[in-house]
Design a protein around this ligand. Structure first.
Ligand SMILES: C[S@@+](CC[C@H](N)C(=O)[O-])C[C@H]1O[C@@H](n2cnc3c(N)ncnc32)[C@H](O)[C@@H]1O
Length: 288
């Protein structure tokens, strides 16, 4: 028999000994998840007894954290835009920066003013971008694609849980292969943009656990972005929008690519840490 206080102390000690950052906080998340209560409720429940199966699950989770697995994979869920998404090794863990990308798309007034816009999320992963948009903007018509069938299966599960699965068209594959979807109003994407050479320097909880396909953007980090820009220039209707997350040193190169592909209204904007993080651009109105 163990109490809430005891299992929290035990878990904190295990994580601490393994050198895990913010071990107390991570222990609180793990224990509260294991007890199906809110994190701060733990303190009101210190004296309560923890059932054996609950304690076993918490200890198993602590063991996974101790071995370096990210907290969100261990909990099996992540918060994004105030929504809960299932996550596991099939997908990238949604990042707070990407919430800024969703907000950027929500803020494109011209996109939402006329009829229901058709939006494509390229590299949907957990589905966090397209599902959040579908939840927040009922008017949109949505498509999502991912080259990873495993990620796409998880995205569909998430869409089901959020009640929007039937409002999104799902495609497995490389979006840049035909048949291409023409006439889109917006392409939104958080593509892989880490330089291959930087892979070895990523924190081990990322490098050893998250899918490389989701992160590795080739030798200069721009391999997928380059194709995304070229593909979007063909797939967007004249006046349609491209919104992408980019690496913090990629603003200039991405601007040049967008200019070469004939985009206008090119804007590089920053994330909450003040780093260049988003590229938005509009396909020239007069073309096509
Ligand atoms: C950085 S993750 C983004 C996942 C999710 N959209 C998010 O923001 O958390 C990039 C995603 O793109 C997918 N991907 C990589 N190359 C692709 C390609 N050529 N075509 C389609 N999807 C691709 C990966 O499988 C991965 O799910």
């Amino acid at each position: 028999m163990t109490t809430v206080q005891a299992i929290l102390s035990e878990t904190t000690a295990v994580l601490n000994a393994a050198g895990i950052d913010e071990s107390r906080l991570q222990a609180e998340w793990l224990v509260s998840h294991g007890l199906s209560c809110r994190r701060l409720e733990l303190y009101a429940r210190f004296g309560e007894t923890v059932a054996v199966d609950e304690a076993d699950r918490i200890r198993a989770g602590a063991e996974r954290l101790r071995k370096g697995e990210p907290l969100q994979y261990v909990l099996g869920e992540a918060d994004f835009m105030g929504f809960i998404f299932k996550v596991d090794r099939r997908c990238l863990i949604p990042r707070p920066e990407t919430e800024g990308l969703v907000q950027t798309v929500l803020d494109i007034g011209a996109l939402w003013r006329k009829g229901p816009p058709v939006l494509l999320d390229v590299g949907t992963g957990s589905g966090c971008i397209v599902i959040s948009l579908a939840r927040l903007r009922l008017a949109g018509r949505y498509r999502a694609v991912d080259i990873s069938p495993e990620a796409l299966a998880l995205a569909k599960t998430n869409a089901e849980l959020h009640g929007v699965r039937d409002r999104i068209g799902w495609t497995t594959g490389d979006i840049f292969l035909p048949p291409f979807l023409p006439g889109l109003d917006a392409v939104v994407s958080n593509p892989p943009y880490v330089r291959t050479g930087d892979w070895a320097h990523l924190p081990s909880h990322v490098r050893d656990h998250e899918p490389r396909l989701a992160l590795d953007g080739g030798p200069d980090g721009l391999a997928v972005i380059r194709r995304l820009v070229g593909g979007a220039a063909l797939a967007l209707r004249p006046g349609g929008w491209l919104a992408m997350e980019i690496g913090d040193t990629q603003g200039r190169a991405v601007t040049e690519q967008l200019q070469e592909a004939g985009f206008r209204n090119i804007r590089i904007s920053r994330d909450l840490a003040g780093k260049d993080r988003y590229a938005t651009a509009r396909r020239e109105k007069g073309r096509g």
